[in-house]
Ligand binder design. Structure first.
Ligand code: KG4
Ligand code: ZN
Length: 338
C-alpha cells in the first residue's frame, strides 16, 4: 500500500511517500521545507507567518515527494494528514488541501493525531518492536511519557509540569543569540565543548515524584548568562558558550531519563520509544542507549530526519488507522485529544 503523508502542524511543511509492507513502512521519498530562516529573527514561530508560508509551500512539497517517488498521485492508495494538535492556521493549509486532493482522485483519506505520528516514526527504526512500550515524546510543545500497547495506542502516564524540554533549548539559544530553533545549534556546540560548565540543580517536588519541570532551568540559564559579562553576545566560537551548551545537553538528557527505570518496572515495559524533535539530541540518544541496555529494554529512536516533524511519520501512523468514512465534517483541531 502506498501512503502519501502530509504534515504542517507548526513550521515544517512536509510530504512523504511511504510504502507499507508486511515488514513495516519503507520511505520512498520525502520533501520538507523548513521555515527556520523566516522565524529566526523572532526567536520562535510566528503563527500567522507560518500559515502564510505553508500556503506557498504545500504545492511544492507534494509535487516534489511524488516526483522523487516517481509515482503519480493516482497510484497513491491513501492520503494521511495531521489533524492536530498544532497551530490552527498551519494545520488548516495541508488539511484542506489533502481533503480536496483525496476527493478529486477518490483516494481514502486518514486524519492523524500528531503524537501518533511521532510514535509512528519509530516504526522506521524498529518495525517489530515488542509492546507494551514506554513512549517518551519530546519536542518544542511536548514532554510527555505514555504507555503504549501498540503503534496506534498512547495512554498518558506523566507530562512536564510547565515548559517542554525543547523550549529549554530554544530559549537558551535565544538568550545566547544563536538563532532558532535552538536544539540543533546547542547540540552542535555542546559536542564541540572541551568540558561542561557547572551542572544545573534538578528540581525537587513536594510530592516526591520523579517528574519534569524545565521552567526553572530556563531561569537558571538566564541568571548564569547575566552573571558573565559579554556572554549573551559572545557567539558560537566562545568556549564558555560551548561549555554551557554541553551542560544543558547533559542536564536535559539526564532529567528526561530519570523517571524511566521506576516506571518501566511498574508498567512491565519491554521497550522504550523516544521521538519528537528533542530525540535528535546526541546526548539524549547516547544516554538512552546505555539506559535501555542496563534495563534490558528494546530501544526505538528514529533517525533524526524522522524525529522532527515530517510527512513520513504521518504516513507511517496513517497506514495503520482507518480512513474517514466521510471526510467533509472532519475538521483540523488545534487541541485535538488522543
Ligand atoms: O517535533 P518538532 O520538530 O516540532 C514540535 O512538534 O515541536 O520539535 C522541535 C523541537 C525544537 O524545540 C527544537 O529546538 C528541538 O525540537 N530539537 C532539538 C534538537 N533538534 C531539534 N533539541 C535538542 N537537540 C537537538 N539536536
Ligand atoms: Zn512534533
Amino acid at each position: 500500500m502506498w501512503v502519501l503523508g502530509l504534515e504542517s502542524s507548526c513550521d515544517d511543511c512536509s510530504a512523504a511517500v511511504v510504502e507499507e509492507t508486511p515488514a513495516g513502512p519503507v520511505l520512498r521519498a520525502m520533501a520538507k521545507q523548513s521555515q527556520d530562516q523566516l522565524h529566526s529573527p523572532y526567536g520562535g514561530v510566528v503563527p500567522e507567518l507560518a500559515a502564510r508560508e505553508h500556503l506557498l509551500q504545500i504545492r511544492n512539497v507534494i509535487q516534489e515527494a511524488l516526483a522523487k517517488a516517481e509515482l503519480p498521485l493516482q497510484k497513491i492508495d491513501r492520503i494521511a494528514v495531521t489533524q492536530g494538535p498544532g497551530l490552527v492556521g498551519s494545520l488548516l493549509t495541508l488539511f484542506s488541501a489533502s481533503k480536496a486532493l483525496a476527493w478529486r482522485e477518490n483516494i481514502p483519506w486518514v486524519p492523524v493525531h500528531h503524537l501518533l505520528g511521532h510514535l509512528g516514526a519509530a516504526r522506521f527504526a524498529v518495525p517489530d518492536l515488542p509492546f507494551p512500550a514506554l513512549a517518551l515524546l519530546v519536542s518544542g510543545g511536548h514532554t510527555h511519557l505514555y504507555r503504549s500497547e501498540g503503534w496506534t495506542h498512547l495512554e498518558l502516564l506523566q507530562k512536564t509540569r510547565d515548559d517542554a524540554a525543547g523550549e529549554a533549548f530554544d530559549k537558551t539559544a535565544r538568550m545566547l543569540n544563536l538563532g532558532y530553533p535552538g536544539g540543533p545549534v546547542v547540540d552542535t556546540l555542546a559536542q564541540r565543548a572541551e568540558q561542561a560548565a557547572a551542572a544545573f540543580t534538578a528540581p525537587k517536588f513536594r510530592d516526591g515524584k520523579a517528574s519534569w519541570s524545565f521552567s526553572g532551568l530556563k531561569t537558571a540559564m538566564k541568571l548564569r548568562i547575566a552573571a558573565e559579562p559579554g556572554l549573551a553576545v559572545a557567539g558560537p566560537e566562545d568556549a564558555r558558550v560551548q561549555a554551557l551548551c554541553r551542560s544543558l545537553n547533559e542536564t536535559v538528557a539526564a532529567w528526561l531519563l530519570k523517571p524511566i527505570p521506576a516506571i518501566a518496572k511498574e508498567t512491565a515495559a519491554l521497550s522504550l520509544i523516544i521521538s519528537g524533535g528533542v530525540a535528535c539530541n546526541s546526548e539524549l540518544r547516547a544516554q538512552a542507549k546505555l539506559l535501555a541496555a542496563r534495563l534490558g529494554l528494546r530501544l526505538a529512536i528514529p533517525e533524526p530526519r524522522f524525529c522532527t516533524d515530517n510527512g513520513a511519520m504521518i504516513a507511517s501512523a496513517g497506514a495503520l488507522l482507518p480512513p474517514a468514512e466521510d471526510p467533509w465534517p472532519v475538521n483540523a483541531d488545534s487541541n485535538l485529544k488522543l
